[in-house]
Design a protein around this ligand. Structure first.
Ligand SMILES: [Zn+2]
Length: 399
């Protein structure tokens, strides 16, 4: 049976950086394994984000997994909720809800200093007690990341991601639109509970920022996606530290095992991630290995850290995958990011990203290393990521 492995370096693509002699982190990083795949396989570009969507990891990864977001995307909140096995009724919608720290109406910290899960779970419990007579409920997640479920009448509100407005006055970014005042009064009521909570009082005594504001965003209905196996004929799994990817797995029937020590950052446990990946391939034919660290480095604007993240990805993920292919020759491998996260912008962009694909017997190899520039030199361009997935699964990389 053919095995299919996608190695996804989140946010890996970038722009030329002055301090790197106008090279990108991908060009500068030593990536012998990815380069082996690229030289001996095909190299091209893929548009992962269609023009009607913002360039988020949610939309991009959904597309790379073979699902057109225009048909299936209902918001980031609902996908993350799926990873927590949250369900709701027809009349309810799901918000992602941060517990944030604000001061003088300014967004100080969208993570409330990475508040502990223990503390935030207690805060969420207090909110639920307060709102027990109203059609509002909260579901605790990890650290500052939670879920809020509310009446579907709030679906059309315009909400803003809290990580995009650090140090800005919050008023222009509070939910706007139909029923905004009614919704805002819920937020204020919640904030009053948070302000007076013993948990936050204790945080302040210990000179920690209180989680004094709820920040609901990216709301939508729970999406319904056809199963991966029904759609593509094979079963598989996703290896990731991130709720968003776990949620996509849950929604598509892909297994998403817990990986010991997976952090979504440079200190993640690569060994365990690879071990769990190969375990998936013992009983399934498809594995999607998602590595978050290059994206985080991009958001921090730290190109040296990004180079390290890419080199680690090459060494600890793509290297072992190449070895796997030597022992299991009927393996198809693809490497790509979901979107660029250019260090100088500290956020995502919507440009097409380089991908490379390799399997035994592939024709027309690129003889090029894996870089953004080299990918643009080949004439291979996929306009949608689901066309790329179909081509990957049918071992037909060229039109
Ligand atoms: Zn991403």
């Amino acid at each position: 049976m053919t095995k299919y492995i996608i190695c996804l370096g989140d946010g890996m693509a970038d722009h030329p950086i002055k301090e790197l002699n106008n090279q990108t982190p991908l060009k500068k990083a030593l990536t012998p394994h990815i380069d082996t795949l690229s030289n001996n396989g095909c190299l091209g570009l893929v548009h992962t984000v269609q023009k009607e969507f913002p360039p988020g990891s949610d939309v991009a990864n959904m597309g790379i997994l073979g699902y057109d977001p225009a048909l299936y995307y209902t918001g980031r909140g609902p996908i993350e909720a799926a990873s927590l096995n949250v369900t709701c009724s027809e009349n309810e919608i799901i918000f992602r809800c941060n517990l944030v720290n604000t001061k003088n109406d300014t967004m100080i910290d969208f993570t409330s200093e990475h508040i502990s899960t223990e503390e935030s779970t207690q805060l969420i419990h207090e909110l639920n007690q307060h709102f027990s007579q109203q059609p509002i409920r909260f579901i605790p997640g990890v650290s500052y990341r939670h879920i809020m479920i509310a009446d579907k009448k709030f679906l059309s509100l315009n909400t803003t991601a809290p990580h995009d407005i650090t140090d800005k006055k919050i008023n222009p970014y509070l939910p706007k639109g139909h029923l905004e005042e009614q919704f805002y009064s819920i937020i204020q009521e919640a904030n009053t509970i948070l302000e007076s909570s013993p948990i936050n009082k204790k945080r302040q005594q210990n000179n920690k920022k209180p989680a004094n504001h709820i920040w609901p965003w990216s709301q939508g209905k729970l999406p319904s996606l056809p199963g991966f196996k029904d759609s593509f004929g094979i079963s598989g799994g996703i290896i990731t530290a991130v709720d968003l990817l776990k949620g996509l797995g849950k929604l598509t029937g892909l297994t998403t095992p817990h990986v010991k020590g997976a952090t979504g950052f440079i200190d993640t446990n690569y060994e365990e991630k690879i071990k769990e990946s190969f375990k998936i391939l013992e009983t399934h034919d498809f594995c999607y290995i998602h590595i978050e660290a290059p994206d985080e480095a991009g958001h921090m604007g730290d190109h040296e850290l990004k180079i390290k993240a890419i080199e680690d990805f090459d060494k600890h993920i793509v290297g072992p995958v190449l070895n796997y292919q030597k022992q299991n020759p009927d393996t198809v491998i693809m490497v790509l990011p979901d979107h660029p996260t250019p260090c100088h912008l500290k956020t995502h962009t919507r440009e097409p990203v380089p991908f490379c694909m390799y399997y035994k017997g592939i024709q027309n190899c690129s003889s090029l290393d894996y870089t953004e520039h080299n990918a643009s030199l080949t004439s291979l361009v996929f306009n949608t990521p689901w066309e790329l997935l179909t081509s990957f699964l049918s071992k037909k990389p060229l039109y």
